[in-house]
Design a protein around this ligand. Sequence first.
Ligand SMILES: Cc1ncc(COP(=O)(O)O)c(C=O)c1O
Length: 490
Amino acid sequence: MLDKTADFWERQRKAPLYETLERHARRRPHPFHVPGHKMGSSFDRAGKERFESVFPLDMTEISGMDDLHQPEGVIAEAQALAAEAFGAEETRFLIGGSTVGNIALIMAVCRPGDKIIVQRNCHKSVFNGIMIARATPVYVVPAVDLGTGVAAGLRREDVERTLQAHPDAKAVFLTNPTYYGMGIDLVKMAATVHRFGIPLLVDEAHGAHYGFHPSLPHSAMQCGADAAVQSTHKMASALTMSSMLHIQGNLIDRGRLARALAMIQSSSPSYLLLASLDLARRHLVMEAAGEWNRLIPVLDELRKRIGGLDWVRLASLSSNSVYTTLDPFKLMLNLYTRSLTGFTLQKLLEENGVFPELADLGHVLLAASAGTSQEDVDALWRLLQELAPEPAAETVRIFQAGVLASSFLREQVMPMHEAADAGRETVPLEAAAGRIAAEMVIPYPPGIPLLVPGERIDREVLELLKELRASQARFHGVKNARLETIEVHA
Ligand SMILES: Cc1ncc(COP(=O)(O)O)c(C=O)c1O
């Protein structure tokens, strides 16, 4: 990203979509079109002031504003600038999060019955994409990092073995980096997958900032992946839901991809979100590095201080790690105490105004970004210092969202979509042993399914679910959010 020509900087200084919206607003137009708030003229009185400055950006496809589903004007220009900045051949803006990018990619590469090799601890959107496409997943279980107890990523050898066993698979789909910021050697992974003539698809939801600073790992595009889906709203500065899908090479049918995106994305995409993508790209190229340069020493100092605490350890790269890259802006607190779980630590921090990204039984994840201030870090450190719980030699037994390798190994009795569509009954969780799941059970965050439809509910997963339920974990995908009951195949 650093050795760019003067032309590159000149081009990237522009934000064509945002600037077009700005210019239009300055004309004080008479809007005889939707949205009905008419650039803010009619809106709830109490909320109006807060929204005032963004109303003019909440536009629709009037002349000059282009069309996300058939881009030829300013959206095409903004996407082309993003493709240049992220090193892709083509970039598509997404207004439904990485969720729609993952689903569309699977719809693009798989026809009903086609096999796709998938990391078992993928985000639920990947499983939903497989169900929608009626594809057949072939799971690869991730390696567990012993230092932290969390699933860190796929081993290249495991993927290679699976590719040899399933030469008819249409793609490999993996997550990199993980929610915790851990990553694998994607260059080698891409080379392995390409030897089998199929595309490597990467859920890079947590890596939109990768490749934009020497302290950050390379991005999936830089490593040779065929597609990467990024939540630009997570670790970069776009508004929530604003995401991007980057593509390169000729292994993905771009026509099918465009059709899939047109099916699952709104026909009235938010220009507020699209403009935020245009600006987030410019911010990453032009400004973020300066902000990170200020942040990095602040986080280094915080890491040093936390290193002095006897009840918590930070995830860090070492020769024993199964991951090879770590996002410097993710701080994963690994608890070594019996007096606090990750959930209770999260609650204590929140009661004092510090809000972590996520917690599980044994960890709390803190996500910093270019927007994190010294004041934020000071507030966090004060609380961590004051807490001083009794230390323990061992880390808490960790059950977070299926992190133990064995917890991913369920018997898939019938295809996901068949089990989800077939007759079902509701049984108490305690009575579900041996039954076939008819719904996804997804502890959230991080949104990784412990059970998918069609899988046998064995004793191990049952114990895991009971333990998570007792620790007040939240569940997505289920009819009964407290998981007193579960939907099973009738
Ligand atoms: C690994 C991973 N992939 C995809 C998603 C979905 O991203 P979005 O919220 O942008 O739809 C998430 C959300 O947390 C995620 O953690």
